[in-house]
Design a protein around this ligand. Structure first.
Ligand code: PLP
Length: 386
């Protein structure tokens, strides 16, 4: 099976992890701050907090922005469930903004229309979570402008997008948002096994996320309610979690990060090759605007169903039978039974519905070979019955 995504682990990665195993610290040592600094420097953010998943980073981000019961968080329906679940952890409500038909990201015009309506009904969102699907940046300048006008805060879910750029800025710079979140799950761009990171340029948000990452416990005297009882003393001043990343993970991440630009460049070579090989097929290949340099976590095609005699499901099944590990990113979140119970109307999201009826993710990862890619394309020819 050629999977849709997978990690590359080099001898340098293995050596880096072994060095940590033989060191004094398996957690809470020097590697986590080094990894944080490396990523912050790379993407141009001021503060970075490594955590044990992007899901944890999203949760900390929502808590730092004081999302709570009665508040609304809006995100894209075409995303992994974690982009919405973070609101539910905080007791807040979730709603969705339909996607753009070309980029598959949250549509700024649909967002504006929904905001105008919500303003009249007095239920404006407190937090909006744009998702850079496949690694392609959302129109952040437009979303940021709407944030200023309607008074919401922004967490970019950049789980797919580390190493990607919009114009001159690396995704993660937080230029148009309060917080940016990366995932280091093995199918993503670089990996720490499990892991994630929250980046921000706001010191108070960074401090708050750091506190909540580790139980709400502080050892800083100025944050305590009274002077320390002794040298052993710490205070829990809020209800936090254990969302820490281990030293093993950080060492792996730091080693992987040294190949970040190389990985994204390789993904672009593969995407260009797919674009050429698929140019004459009844499929829509991913859009790449002139201002964007996608992280290219995923390579999603859409089947032109009016040009083929087979169904979307048949194309998918044939590809799987041909040992191509295709996938579908994503089932619209409002279709999940958990969210259905909260009540959403699919007809409010026509572009997401259409996307879901046509999309297929083809294999895309740095070690994918041209021979494997040719096999994917041949299987796609067969599946489309051309
Ligand atoms: C993978 C992913 C997440 C969750 O990342 P974890 O590190 O697995 O928690 C969140 N949002 C999106 C869009 C993702 O793809």
């Amino acid at each position: 099976m050629i999977p849709y995504g997978r990690q590359e682990i080099t001898q340098a990665d293995i050596d880096a992890v072994i060095d940590v195993l033989q060191s004094d610290f398996l957690t809470q040592g020097p590697m986590v701050p080094r990894f944080e600094q490396a990523i912050a420097n790379h993407v141009g953010a001021t503060y970075a907090l490594a955590v044990n998943s992007a899901t944890a980073a999203l949760h900390l981000g929502c808590l730092a922005l004081e999302l709570g019961p009665g508040d609304w968080l809006w995100t894209s329906p075409i995303t992994f469930v974690a982009s919405a679940n973070c609101a539910r952890y905080c007791g807040a409500n979730v709603d969705f903004v339909d996607i753009d038909s070309q980029t598959y990201n949250m549509c700024p015009q649909a967002l504006e229309r929904k905001l105008l309506l919500a303003e009249r009904e007095g239920r404006l969102p407190k937090v909006v979570v744009p998702v850079h699907l496949c690694g392609l940046s959302c129109d952040m300048a437009a979303i940021y402008a709407l944030g200023k006008r309607f008074g919401f805060r922004i967490i970019e879910d950049a789980s797919h997008a580390v190493g990607g750029k919009h114009k001159e800025d690396f995704i993660g710079s937080c230029r148009y948002s309060d917080i940016v979140v990366f995932s280091f799950h093995p199918v993503k761009i670089i990996t720490t096994g499990e892991g994630g990171m929250a980046l921000t340029n706001d010191r108070s948000l960074a401090n708050r996320m750091e506190l909540l990452r580790s139980h709400g416990i502080t050892r800083e005297i100025e944050k305590m309610t009274h002077a320390p009882d002794g040298a052993w003393y710490y205070q829990q001043i809020d209800l936090g979690f254990n969302y820490r990343m281990t030293e093993l993970q950080a060492a792996l991440g730091l080693s992987q990060a040294s190949r970040l630009d190389e990985y994204v460049a390789r993904r672009h070579v593969l995407a260009c090759r797919y674009d050429e090989l698929l140019a004459k097929l009844p499929v829509i290949t991913p859009w790449q605007g002139p201002d964007n340099y996608s992280g290219l976590h995923l390579y999603v095609i859409r089947i032109c169903l009016n040009m083929v005699k087979v169904s979307h499901k048949t194309v998918f099944d044939v590809l799987r039978k041909e040992d191509i590990g295709v996938n579908l990113h994503y089932i619209p979140v409002y279709k999940q039974p958990y969210y259905q119970e909260l009540g959403y109307e699919p007809s409010n999201f026509p572009e997401a519905e259409k996307y879901y009826s046509e999309a297929i993710s083809l294999p895309m990862y740095p070690t994918l070979t041209e021979v494997q890619q040719d096999k994917v394309v041949a299987a796609l020819h067969k599946a489309l019955q051309l």
